[in-house]
Design a protein around this ligand. Structure first.
Ligand SMILES: Nc1ncnc2c1ncn2[C@@H]1O[C@H](COP(=O)(O)OP(=O)(O)OP(=O)(O)O)[C@@H](O)[C@H]1O
Ligand SMILES: [Mg+2]
Length: 252
């Protein structure tokens, strides 16, 4: 059984069909790319998967659960976590604090229980700190734990967002343009680290990205959207050579 299934997922905003009958399936442990020109409906797909929007028609299923039945926080608890195209860190908090916030969404340590214990269960907090610190080490941010997030360069902030998303211990990680604003060396390093999140941590990864080299070298399968509709799918090499895809990007 596929882990995530979009079946004719559709959402309309007034007269605009932002996502139109989109279908794709992710197997557990896959690295899957969602690409397309500006306004194609990629981020809207993430908003549908995370429950921020509910589909006008069609369905989205995760581990057999029909996500239309769940509010966003329960979808997060089912094991879906994301980063944002426009970074959403708490700028005045440190790197470590931002990632520790993510740990409160983990199933075994609900925010409710954290509030009930008034932060007094020190053992628990120190475990969260240790967990967050380990994640930040994995993502190469171990020497920036106590830096205020807003003082970091853009590329590092994107990595903190990935660490925060990982802190919820998701099964599926959605990355919305993780390489945006990075230089070529940072992009190569990020690509290797995203592969590690799959290879070493077993995450399923769905990535939106405009950088073609990044997408083609990272993803195993790709779906291409344009004006809310699928125009191509397949292996990176197939998609890259598809005339419809080339035309869509040239038309941008
Ligand atoms: N809440 C909303 N209300 C109205 N229109 C919306 C809403 N969200 C998205 N749209 C529209 O849906 C279309 C798809 O937007 P979306 O953000 O998904 O594109 P995208 O593929 O992520 O593009 P980009 O590469 O620029 O990030 C756009 O025309 C956008 O203006
Ligand atoms: Mg977008």
């Amino acid at each position: 059984m596929s882990q995530l299934v979009l079946d004719k997922a559709t959402i309309k905003f007034g007269g605009l069909t932002a996502v139109n009958q989109v279908c794709f399936e992710l197997e557990q442990g896959m690295i899957f790319g969602l690409i397309g020109p500006n306004g194609a409906g990629k981020t809207t797909c993430f908003n549908l998967i995370t429950g921020l929007y509910k589909p006008t028609s069609g369905s989205i299923t995760f581990d057999g659960h029909d996500l239309s039945q769940y509010p966003t926080y329960q979808i997060a608890a089912l094991g879906i976590s994301r980063t944002f195209q426009n970074i959403r860190l708490f700028g005045s908090l440190t790197v470590l604090e931002n990632v520790m916030l993510g740990t409160y969404l983990r199933k075994e340590s609900s925010l409710a229980s954290a509030l009930l214990h008034g932060g007094r269960s020190i053992g628990d907090t120190s475990r969260k700190r240790e967990f967050a610190t380990n994640l930040l080490n994995v993502l190469g941010l171990g020497d920036l734990l106590h830096v205020r997030s807003r003082d970091l360069p853009y590329g590092k902030q994107r990595r903190v967002e990935i660490a925060r998303a990982m802190a919820t211990n998701p099964k599926l990680l959605l990355l919305d343009e993780p390489a945006a604003g990075m230089n070529p060396q940072e992009k190569v390093a990020l690509m290797e680290d995203v592969k590690r999140l799959r290879n070493e941590f077993g995450k399923t990864i769905l990535v939106i990205e405009h950088d073609m080299k990044f997408v083609m070298n990272l993803c195993e399968q790709i779906v291409v959207l344009d004006h809310g509709e699928e125009i191509a799918r397949g292996l990176p090499a197939e998609v890259k050579a598809n005339p419809k895809v080339i035309a869509a990007y040239l038309g941008e």
